[in-house]
Structures are given as structure tokens and as C-alpha cells.
Design a binder for this molecule. Structure first.
Ligand SMILES: *Cc1c(COP(=O)(O)O)cnc(C)c1O
Length: 226
């Protein structure tokens, strides 16, 4: 199967209002170019250096999403071009993004990453931390970031009921935060993106209210990690 065929097959299963992020981490520029030529313009990477190298080589109408865990000291490398940062899970990181975005005269859209899985290893905020962060953002009035939604990853399991519960939990957190900010508007919060769903669970995620899916292996094939 070719990348273009995979991409078109997946697009047929995704409603129009749901955004597809093609996750190209570990894949060569030639693979990304194949997806680009098939019409894809949004790509997700999980390492800043790899994303920056690809950004430099690829057409400039691509939107690059950082979907991995972000180290504060590396934000500066992607600040000039990154379109959306999915994995914001601390105030310290948010402040650094704000600072680097200011240097580049930009407002960088961010998603807050929520911990919804059972596994200890996955990054993200719990409900209390989410509310504290939103309160802080409302209070501090950062000028160069905008919180545009939430992101989360379900537990790596075959248990569909469990995955569904985790997605429903994230959707509920999203809805309640959105209701709050609809009632008490804030310049740097505008919640309209719910990033959840990967190759194995994106259809379930969409049925639970996802507006953005991050799909890698079903488009580009399995990844080889050395
Ligand atoms: C790698 C990755 C994906 C894509 O995973 P696939 O199972 O290959 O679709 C999605 N989201 C995040 C955060 C990832 O790191």
C-alpha cells in the first residue's frame, strides 16, 4: 500500500470537521513529500530537532505540530515556525513558549495535555492541575500564547470500554472548561480543539467528540526505532 492510498483511505473514515494530523516522526522527508503531494498539509513530530530539520527541507505551507513532550530549553528552536504545541503540561513550559513566541513576534497556539491513561509513564495534567493552570493563564494574561484546547492519550490496551471511558473523561473536561470560558471570556483562552485518537483508536475517539486525530503508522507504516 502506498502512503497516498493509506492517506485517502483514512480520510474517507474521518468527518470533514475533524482535523487530520499526519504523524511523520522517524519517517524520511521523501515519505512526508508523498503525503504532501497527496494533499496533506499538517504533520506531527515528537522531537524538536527532527521537526526543525524537516521544516527546513520541506515546502513552507506545511503546518508543523509538536505532539511530543517538550523540554523547556528547546522551545526556542521551534518558536519561529511551529503551528500548534500539543503537549503543554506545566506553567514553566507555557511561560517559556510565551517568551520565545514574543521574540518571534508570534502568538503560538497550545493545547494542554491531560493525563487520562492508567499508565504512570504518560505525561499530562490531572483535573485539579488543569483548573489551576487555566486560572493562572487567566490571571497572568500572557500575550504570546493562546490555549486552544486539550490533548490526551488513552491507555495502550485492547480494552475498548476502558479507552472509551478515558476519551469520554477527556471530552467532559474539555466541555466543562469550555463552558467556563464561554461564560468568563479570556483573551488567551479559546477552547475549540480536542486532540485525541491515534491509528488504533481514532474512530472511537471521534465517536467520543475528538476534533483532531494524530495518525502515524496507519499512513506511513510501522516505525523502526534503532
Ligand atoms: C506517535 C504518536 C502518535 C501516532 O501514533 P500511531 O499509533 O502511529 O498513529 C499520536 N500521538 C502521539 C502523541 C504520538 O507520539
Amino acid at each position: 500500500m502506498s502512503i497516498a492510498t493509506n492517506l485517502n483511505d483514512i480520510k474517507k473514515t474521518i468527518p470533514q470537521q475533524v482535523t487530520l494530523v499526519a504523524v511523520s516522526k522517524t519517517k524520511p522527508v521523501s515519505d512526508i513529500m508523498e503525503a504532501y503531494e497527496a494533499g496533506q498539509r499538517i504533520f506531527g513530530e515528537n522531537k524538536i530537532q527532527e521537526m526543525t530539520e524537516k521544516y527546513e527541507q520541506m515546502p513552507k505551507d506545511i503546518e508543523w505540530h509538536m505532539i511530543g513532550h517538550v523540554q523547556t530549553n528547546k522551545v526556542k528552536y521551534m518558536a519561529p515556525f511551529v503551528s500548534l504545541i500539543h503537549g503543554v503540561d506545566s506553567l514553566k513550559l507555557l511561560q517559556e513558549i510565551d517568551k520565545q513566541a514574543a521574540k518571534n513576534n508570534r502568538i503560538i497556539p497550545c493545547l494542554l495535555q491531560m493525563h487520562i491513561a492508567e499508565e504512570e509513564t504518560k505525561f499530562g495534567l490531572d483535573e485539579t492541575e488543569l483548573n489551576e493552570m487555566l486560572k493562572q493563564v487567566q490571571h497572568d494574561k500572557y500575550e504570546n500564547i493562546k490555549i486552544v484546547g486539550l490533548m490526551g492519550m488513552a491507555t495502550f490496551t485492547e480494552n475498548q470500554i476502558q479507552i472509551q471511558k478515558e476519551f469520554q473523561h477527556l471530552k467532559a473536561l474539555f466541555d466543562s472548561s469550555k463552558r467556563h470560558f464561554d461564560a468568563v471570556p479570556c483573551d488567551n483562552v479559546d477552547l475549540n480543539i480536542l486532540s485525541m485518537g491515534m491509528s488504533g483508536d481514532y474512530e472511537l475517539a471521534i465517536s467520543c467528540g475528538s476534533t483532531m486525530v494524530r495518525i502515524g503508522s496507519s499512513i506511513f507504516g510501522n516505525r523502526n526505532y534503532q
